[in-house]
Ligand binder design. Sequence first.
Ligand code: PMP
Length: 451
Amino acid sequence: TQAKPRQPDLKTSLPGPKTAEIMARDQATLSTSYMRPYPFVPDFGKGVWLTDVDGNTMLDFFAGIAVSTTGHAHPHVVQAVQRQIEKFTHVCLTDYPQEITTSLAERLVKHVERPGEKWRVFFSNSGAEAVEAAVKLARNHTGRQHIISTMGSFHGRTYGAITLTGSKTKYKRGFGPLLPAVSHVPYPNPFRPPLGSTPENCGQAVIDHIESLFVGILPADEVAAIIVEPMQGEGGYIVPPADFLPGLRALCDKHGIMLIFDEVQAGMGRTGKMFSFQHFDVQPDIITSAKGIASGMPLGALLAKESVMTWPVGSHGSTYGGNPVAAAASHATLDLLEGQVKHEGCGDSLMDNAAQVGDFILGELKGMQDEFPFIGDVRGRGLFIGIEFVKPDGSPDGALRDQASMMMFEKGLLNLDCGEAVIRISPPLILTREEAATGLDIMRGVFQELK
Ligand code: PMP
C-alpha cells in the first residue's frame, strides 16, 4: 500500500531542511529563468506519488507538466529502458536505422492513418524541436512562408516556436527579432468567446476572421500552414467547439494550406483518445507530439502524411532525436496506453482509464461550482482538466488561483497553473478513482478555506 499525502500538518514542515538547503543552492547556481512555484525537491516517485528529500509524500496532479503518463518508475517502463541501455544507448538515427525506432514509427502512424492514406515520422528530442520541424516541413513542401498561429497558444521556446507561441510577452521580450511571416488569430474559447461571438459560434467566428485576413491583408496563397493546439494547454486547458477544427480543415483545403495540430500536451492518451483531435471529425496534415510519448524520456515526434513529407534527403536531422532508450520507453508507454500491457486497477487500457477517471473528476468539480462561486469554469476531456478562478464580476482571478495553488501544495497536492487564472489537472494516466478522490478532497478543503 502506498503512503497517502501527509495532511493537514504538512504546512508546518515546509520547506523541510533538506529542501531549503537544495533550493538555496539551486537559486545560487542555476539559470535565473527557472520558476519555482512552491518549495518542492523530489527524491523518488512511485506511481502517482512523489516523495521529497525531507520525506513528504505528495499526490502528483502535475506529472512533470503532463509528461509522466505511466506514473513514476513504472516497472514496465523501467524494464524496457534497462534492456535497451544494456544493448546500446546511441548510434544516431540520422545515419543508421534502428529496429526499435522503426517499429515505434510503425506503431504511431497506425493511430492516425486512414484507409488509403500513409503517414511518416521524424523523431526529435522535445516538443519545440517537433514544432520547428513542422514549420520547416510545411514551408519546404508548400514553397510558401507565412504561418498562422493562435493567441494563448504555446509551442515551445526555440526561436521558431516562441514566435508561434501566442501567450505571455515575457517569452518574447528582449529576445527579438523573431521569425518573420507569423500571424496570430484568436482561439475559440467558449468560456470567453473572442471577436464578439457566443460560446456556440466562436469557432466559426475565428474561421470567418481568418477568411477576412485573406481579403486584403494576407494573401492566402502565401500561407504555408495554420498551427493549432486541438485543445489549448498552457493557454488554459481549453476545449474548442466541435465545428472549429473541421472548419479549419475546410479553410485549409480551400487555400492549399497545411493544417498542423500541436498534440505535444494534449496527445498520447491524456484526453482519453490517442490524440485530442480525434474527439472531432477531422484529419490534419502534420502532427507534433512529445511530453507523454515516452513517460519522461526525452522524445518528440513529427508525424506527416506521406504526400506532405517531401523534404529532400539530408535536409533535416538531429544527433539525438529518436534515441533508442527514449524509443524503448515510448514502446512501453504505448503498451500501457493501448492496453497490450495492463496496469492493475486501470481497466482495459490507460487511455480508457484517463477517459473514465477524467469524467469522474469533471463531474465532481462541476458539482462544486454552485457551492464555490469563484470556480467560474470547469472544462476538459479525460485527464486534461482546467479549473478557472473568477472574481465576482466574472473576470479571471489570477491572485486567488495562485493562493489556491499554494494551499493545495501545502496540503500535499502537486498542481500547476496555466492561462491567466487556471489550475490544470494533468496527473499520470494510471490515476485511480480512489486516488482522484483523495486529490478532490484536498481541493474541496482548499475551496472551503477560500470561501
Ligand atoms: N507545444 C505544446 C502544446 C506544449 O504544451 C509545449 C510544452 N509545454 C511545447 C510545444 C514545447 O515542448 P518542449 O518543452 O518539450 O519543447
